[in-house]
Design a protein around this ligand. Structure first.
Ligand SMILES: NC(=O)c1ccc[n+]([C@@H]2O[C@H](COP(=O)([O-])OP(=O)(O)OC[C@H]3O[C@@H](n4cnc5c(N)ncnc54)[C@H](O)[C@@H]3O)[C@@H](O)[C@H]2O)c1
Length: 450
């Protein structure tokens, strides 16, 4: 919405949320306090906020005034009842639809921006059409393909914008209204229009394909470690094949983020609900492989530290699920930390953007142990060199660029020996680390050869 406001000064954009603290943070004079960290976002908010971009908790008022409403609420995996652990929880979507239905007095276009199971638009339409106050709604699907960490550049220069609408004169008119907004900055040939169901399913498909590439290269990473192949060399070799392409072929400790797992589970659930069990099993394997990769990483760490990490200090560099974001949802670091704490390790975390209260909240949410135990076993540092002092091992969980620039000799000097690095992102240079004296493990090329 910030990008729409910045690119279209003639359009008034109001972002509403039930969460008062979030809205207060979006309105904070100090742009460092914006709730989402994304490179370049602060400058865009500075430019548009108060001009044609507003943040408010007055939901009814904003609905009443709007000609077009983007529903962008969370659609997490269900944690209860039918479809628990798999289906998308659509209660927030339904609440929004009911509120829009209750408040609206004029015709509106309602845009599904959240990622939704295919055919959700018909449920929204059914709720909106039963208001009894003669208001007409057109429902569009406009899934979001941005990647966190590069959200601003992705939105300014998208590979494509996808708009799904009803194939009726009114549906086509609504689609065109949304096309006209994006056309303010996106070349027309990159704006695709489809029917609603294709648009809804395309988003789930895109995330499933992206995550599948990560799990595929991660599966190869273990074969590489066993055979002496190097997964980065394999990635380069296959990535030069134009049919395969070079992106998303980096082996790692596993994908995270709020979307991949949730969206694939949702796809699996949809497939199962149509009785397509083979299709469901196929996609579920992408998630199972991802879980396995996190387990494997932890187990290798324990083995390298002489089969016990009890009372040993292990330093985590990175907690966010990827670089250039403060988002930690489903981050691999959470699972690896939980596994190591089960083995009575002491963990010290440094992440350039994630705050201590978020790290503890992520661990507490798992309910593996008492909150007080998490607090006593894990410490959060605001300075990387302190985080490594007297540590046995450093685990790199996020690919923050700054980690490459550290004085690794100084880090080595202040660690216990043998000093071990477990590089879950293949971020550092093996030779440089080994020359300093580290034992160095990298996903897909294994540990220092004796
Ligand atoms: N985060 C991403 O990178 C990304 C990318 C593409 C698609 N999506 C999709 O976008 C949707 C939102 O994701 P997110 O990461 O922004 O989630 P989020 O949980 O960070 O934000 C959702 C917000 O909606 C608010 N909300 C919930 N119910 C509301 C209601 N009835 N009225 C007003 N506000 C309400 C919540 O308070 C919360 O602040 C999801 O469907 C997700 O799959 C996210």
């Amino acid at each position: 919405m910030a990008i729409i406001a910045q690119q279209c000064p003639h359009i008034k954009v109001t972002v509403v949320d039930l969460n008062e603290k979030r809205i207060a943070d979006w309105n904070d004079d100090n742009l460092d306090n914006l709730p989402v960290f994304e490179p370049g976002l602060d400058a865009i908010v500075r430019e548009a906020r108060g001009r044609n971009l507003f943040f408010s908790t007055e939901v009814d008022k904003a609905i009443d005034e709007a000609e077009m409403i983007f529903i962008s609420v969370n659609t997490p995996t269900k944690t209860y009842g039918k479809g628990k652990g798999m289906a998308a929880d659509l209660k927030y979507i339904e609440l929004c639809a009911r509120q829009i239905a209750r408040v609206s007095k004029q015709n509106k276009i309602v845009v599904e921006k959240s990622t939704l199971p295919v055919r959700t638009a018909s449920a929204i339409k059914s709720i909106l059409d039963h208001t009894g106050n003669d208001v007409k709604f057109e429902i569009l699907s406009n899934p979001e393909f941005l990647a966190e960490g590069t959200a601003v550049s992705d939105l300014l220069n998208p590979d494509r914008v996808l708009i799904g609408g009803d194939i009726t004169p009114e549906g086509n008119k609504a689609s065109q209204d949304l096309v006209d907004i994006y056309a303010n900055w996106v070349p027309k040939e990159r704006i695709l229009t489809t029917n609603v169901w294709s648009s809804e399913l395309s988003k789930l498909t895109a995330n499933a394909f992206l995550a599948q590439r990560v799990s595929s290269i991660n599966a190869m990473s273990e074969i590489c470690e066993k055979t002496g192949a190097d997964v980065d060399e394999v990635s380069r070799a296959i990535g030069m094949d134009s049919r395969i392409g070079s992106k998303f072929l980096k082996a790692s400790v596993g994908f995270g983020g709020s979307c991949f797992q949730k969206d694939i589970l949702n796809l699996v659930y949809i497939a199962k609900s149509y009785g397509l069990n083979e299709v469901a099993d196929y996609w579920e394997q992408v998630i199972l492989m991802n879980e396995y990769q996190k387990e494997r990483f932890t187990n290798q760490m324990i083995t390298a530290l002489y089969n016990t990490v009890s009372d040993k200090k292990i330093t985590f560099f990175g907690w966010a699920f990827k670089k250039d974001t403060n988002d930690t949802r489903e981050s691999a670091a959470i699972k690896v930390a939980d596994n190591l704490l089960n083995e009575q390790a002491k963990i010290s975390v440094y992440d350039p953007k994630v705050k201590a209260n978020q790290i503890y909240a992520d661990l507490d949410y798992l309910k593996t142990r008492k909150e007080t135990e998490n607090k006593s076993l894990l410490t959060v540092e605001t300075e990387p060199y302190t985080a490594c002092e007297n540590s046995h091992c450093i685990a790199i969980l996020t690919e923050w660029d700054e980690f490459k620039t550290y004085n690794w000799q100084k880090i080595y000097d202040n660690m216990l020996k043998p000093a071990v690095i477990f590089d879950g992102r293949s971020l550092l240079e093996r030779k440089k680390m080994e020359d300093i004296g580290f034992i160095y493990y990298s996903i897909g090329s294994g540990i220092t050869k004796e």
